[in-house]
Design a protein around this ligand. Structure first.
Ligand SMILES: C[S@@+](CC[C@H](N)C(=O)[O-])C[C@H]1O[C@@H](n2cnc3c(N)ncnc32)[C@H](O)[C@@H]1O
Length: 414
């Protein structure tokens, strides 16, 4: 059946790509004569790919130069990669891998170069050339995944260092040094907001970010590969030094994105914590009095819950598979990234987590018996909820008063 179809193809409908002024390949079909387009579906191309035959390879290469949509083209390249005739495939890729194709098509070419590099050095050369030429993050990640797979590495659980609810007293940039690598399965924290509350005092915003970066590097070291770090932040404003000066508002979450990336984490999600309007400072009053354009300052009822994952050369499935397959959450879910939670006030601490927020984070991003850490623990809400949910908490706090209270509520200094 396939061969019959192959014989029906008229070669005059197959052409080499034309060139634009800037040498960009324009893949246009001259004529649709004799080409039964309707038969060329993704399934059909897949079938050709699975039936490993030289005639199929020749045909697939010819089809590549036809004017198909990107999905089909991608499948053609994937099916070419499945074939055995490396000489022909190498010639094809050497020419086309640098020929301004859509990146989705290029990724398939790169995939072939990766898999064939195992037994054929020419593809190592091609793979490295493509990495160098594109400097593309998707390809870099594909390369790391592939290398990891070749080494057949598994995630070996580290011997557990934290076996009771624990507390590190002092500056977390130093105290976290006591914790061995990859001990922690989840980090959730609300860092001190830059000079916004009594407990934080930095020389400058850059000084604040540098300090946060140091903590994040420690977090990266102690977190198990592939696990989550979740940061709760929102913009802060510093008080005006006088009526003649403007106050500065800092978009802390934007800058945290940068330092999280630099520390070795990548973006997964932003969850928006939504509070009721009566619970937040009133910023709109000035505008309401004057109704002057430009003076608009809306009441801020949201905070960011920034969800990041530690860079790892494997999929999340690998982390999940490390647990008993019967472990599952209850039926109740938050199906959107907007969580409506009332804020909590506390007479002892100016910025405590509501328990419900901690419950949700623990539920969606950790398993029972995991070791979970809050490096800026404050009153220790996260740690206390973690115990209730059968997780083992590690807290860090530098304020002596809060630490005394934490020790009294069952956290052991280590
Ligand atoms: C926003 S509060 C956390 C509040 C906490 N989520 C709660 O529920 O109480 C930040 C805490 O980090 C502490 N802190 C600030 N810098 C620190 C550092 N370098 N090491 C340890 N703790 C620090 C502060 O003392 C403060 O209690």
């Amino acid at each position: 059946m396939l061969n019959t179809f192959f014989n029906e193809i008229s070669t005059d409908s197959i052409i080499e790509p034309a060139r634009s002024k800037n040498n960009i390949a324009i893949h246009k079909r001259k004529s649709k004569k004799n080409l039964p387009d309707s038969k060329i579906t993704i399934e059909y191309i897949k079938k050709l790919g699975l039936e490993r035959k030289e005639s199929n390879l020749n045909y697939l290469i010819k089809l590549f130069y036809e004017d198909f949509d990107i999905e089909i083209k991608r499948e053609i390249v994937s099916s070419i990669g499945r074939q055995k005739q490396n000489d022909k495939i190498y010639d094809f890729l050497s020419k086309e891998a640098f020929n301004n194709h859509y990146m989705e098509v290029v990724y398939q070419m790169f995939r072939t170069a990766l898999y064939k590099s195992k037994n054929d050095d020419r593809f190592i050369f091609l793979r490295d050339k493509m990495l160098e030429y594109y400097k593309n993050e998707v390809m870099q990640k594909m390369f790391e995944y592939y290398e990891f797979k070749q080494e057949r590495k598994t995630i070996k659980p580290e011997p557990k260092q934290i076996i009771k609810p624990s507390l590190l007293i002092g500056d977390n940039r130093i105290t976290l040094g006591k914790i061995k690598d990859k001990q922690i399965q989840l980090i959730f924290t609300s860092p001190p907001y830059y000079n916004a509350r009594i407990y934080s005092d930095y020389k400058s915003y850059q000084d604040y970010l540098n300090s946060m970066f140091e903590t994040l590097k420690q977090c990266h070291r102690i977190l198990e590969d592939g696990r989550f770090i979740i940061i709760n932040v929102s913009p802060v404003i510093t008080k005006r030094a006088g009526r003649e000066f403007e106050s500065i508002r800092y978009p802390i979450h934007f800058d945290f994105h940068k330092i999280l990336q630099e520390a070795g984490f990548y973006f997964i999600d932003e969850i928006i914590w939504i509070k009721s309007e009566y619970s937040v400072p009133n910023r709109i009053a000035g505008y309401l009095q004057t109704k002057k354009p430009l003076s608009y300052k809306p009441n801020c009822i949201t905070e960011s819950i920034m969800v990041y994952r530690k860079n790892s050369p494997f999929l999340l499935d690998k982390n999940i598979k490390a647990y008993n397959k019967n472990l599952k959450n209850d039926e109740q879910i938050d199906s959107t990234n907007c969580w409506h939670i009332s804020p909590k006030s506390d007479k002892n601490h100016p910025a405590v987590f509501p328990e419900e927020l901690c419950q949700k984070v623990l539920k969606y991003y950790s398993f029972e018996n995991d070791i979970v850490c809050d490096p800026f623990a404050g009153s220790g809400t996260f740690g206390k909820v973690a115990i209730k949910m059968n997780r083992m908490p590690l807290l860090c706090e530098q304020n002596k008063e809060y630490c005394e209270k934490l020790k009294k509520s069952g956290f052991y200094e280590i």
